[in-house]
Design a protein around this ligand. Structure first.
Ligand SMILES: [Zn+2]
Length: 441
């Protein structure tokens, strides 16, 4: 099954055939177009990747592909944690896509990947469910939904009660637990508006969904998903019994507040409530390290990045720039700039850091409030860097606050990869001003 809008996002390249699969984002049909040479017909993309460094083998690329295509492949960002190859929906420029087609696409894929009934080992599910640190009434609601014993209209109908069995939100389907919590547009919107920007995975039923959710190691995510289910049920009852429609954004906000409140009362749950971190870290700690990043994409297929590291908001520690011959979207360049800055901060053993970027979307995604399949590998890297600092967060700031970093992007475009200590260089500053730190190579 090949849908025209899907392509592979390269992780380690082991699942993707160089000459047959759709994997080059900039090519028509996402297929390799260069004449086949130098590499056997069924070779996988992983032969083009140096698994140790997690980088493209540019020498092989230029041997095998024509110049333009080699450059395009070299522009495909790789995650330093080399995750699995993944089929994704190729996003339109505006980032929008058809939820419905993705839904069907994933459904097919999931069936293929996981043959056989998924409910064969239900025993573990209930045990796991009972361990989730969450309000008992929320857990109870999830449990009843999973067992299909909530009094949904379809269940009441089965018991012989005469009523209108359609979903009160969309009025276009039977109100089953599967529909109201997973398939209904309302449920999807609530989950997507919730703090983690959750996209409901296609599931056979609520139990199937529950198994999937409980496989996650991220307690915060489980709490958010469970609370979303409970809020949907509440909103449904409000609508049916009091004829009150609750605003979607109010519901989404409540989901976060509920979880944050629980985690404040029971801090042993050891959950980072992300937005809270952002707020706390943003307050005035004189000793906070501020790291601002910016990126620019230029016509010649060049992306440049700039980074300024300051202590306490004033003292310049490091100014750095980087130039890469890659053609990527602006969001991708901004995400790569953040990852680069995080790596640098780690190498410099900095901590207690606030990273700033003027790319709202990228910041939102790192903080769990947006999603893009393309950016996912880089954002995962960023999140794993963030977990390794004692205190670190990522904030959006206005472009006007980012002038120094913006300037560093220009310097990078002119001068390539350079690092300065204690000073912001001028556009033309030559080597006399440059202080390479061995740490920063
Ligand atoms: Zn509905």
């Amino acid at each position: 099954m090949v849908e025209s809008g899907t392509r592979w996002r390269i992780g380690d390249g082991s699942k993707v055939k160089i000459w047959y699969d759709n994997w080059i984002p900039t090519n028509p049909g996402f297929k390799a177009l260069s004449p086949r040479r130098g590499i056997e017909e069924n070779a996988m993309v992983n032969v083009l990747i140096d698994s140790e460094s997690g980088r493209w083998k540019t020498d092989i690329l230029s041997e095998v592909f024509n110049q333009n295509e080699a450059a395009q492949i070299a522009s495909i960002p790789l995650s330093s944690r080399l995750r699995e190859d993944k089929r994704i929906w190729h996003f339109e420029k505006d980032g929008k896509y058809s939820v419905k087609s993705v839904h069907h696409y994933l459904k097919d894929l999931r069936r293929k990947e996981a043959p056989g009934p998924s409910s064969s080992n239900n025993g573990g599910v209930w045990k796991k469910l009972w361990k989730v640190p969450i309000d008992s009434k929320i857990r109870n609601c999830v449990w009843r939904a999973g067992k299909n014993i909530l009094p949904t209209r379809s269940n009441l109908l089965k018991k012989g009660i005469t009523l209108d069995p359609t979903c009160p939100f969309c009025c276009s389907a039977l109100e089953t637990p599967q529909h109201i919590f997973l398939d209904c547009e309302f449920a999807k919107r609530v989950c997507f508006a919730s703090p983690l920007g959750i996209r409901l995975q296609p599931c056979e039923d609520v139990l199937d969904w529950l198994e999937l959710i409980l496989r996650s190691n991220n307690t915060f995510e489980i709490q958010i998903q469970f609370t979303a289910l409970w809020k949907i049920w509440q909103a449904r009852n409000m609508l049916i019994f009091q004829n009150k429609r609750i605003d979607l954004m109010v519901i989404a906000g409540d989901i976060y507040d509920r979880v944050a409140e629980y985690n404040n009362v029971f801090p042993q749950a050891q959950v980072r409530s992300k937005r809270e971190d952002v707020r706390l870290d943003a307050t005035v700690h004189a000793e906070t390290i501020n790291i601002a990043t910016d990126a620019g994409c230029f016509e010649e297929g060049i992306s440049a990045m700039g980074c300024v590291i300051k202590k306490g908001g004033e003292n310049i520690l490091v100014a750095a720039c980087k130039k890469e011959f890659i053609q990527v979207s602006v969001s991708m360049a901004e995400a790569l700039a953040l990852r680069w800055a995080m790596k640098m901060a780690k190498e410099l053993s900095l901590d207690n850091i606030v990273f700033f970027s003027d790319a709202q979307f990228v910041v939102d995604y790192i903080n769990g409030c947006a999603y893009s399949a393309d950016l996912e590998p880089i954002v995962i890297d960023c999140r794993s860097f963030l977990c390794n600092f004692k205190s670190a967060s990522v904030l959006f700031w206005n472009r006007n606050c980012n002038l120094e970093t913006h300037h560093m992007v220009g310097v990078g475009r002119n001068l390539g990869n350079k690092t300065w200590l204690g000073v912001i260089p001028s556009l033309s500053d030559g080597p006399s001003c440059i202080l390479h730190s061995a740490l920063l190579i």
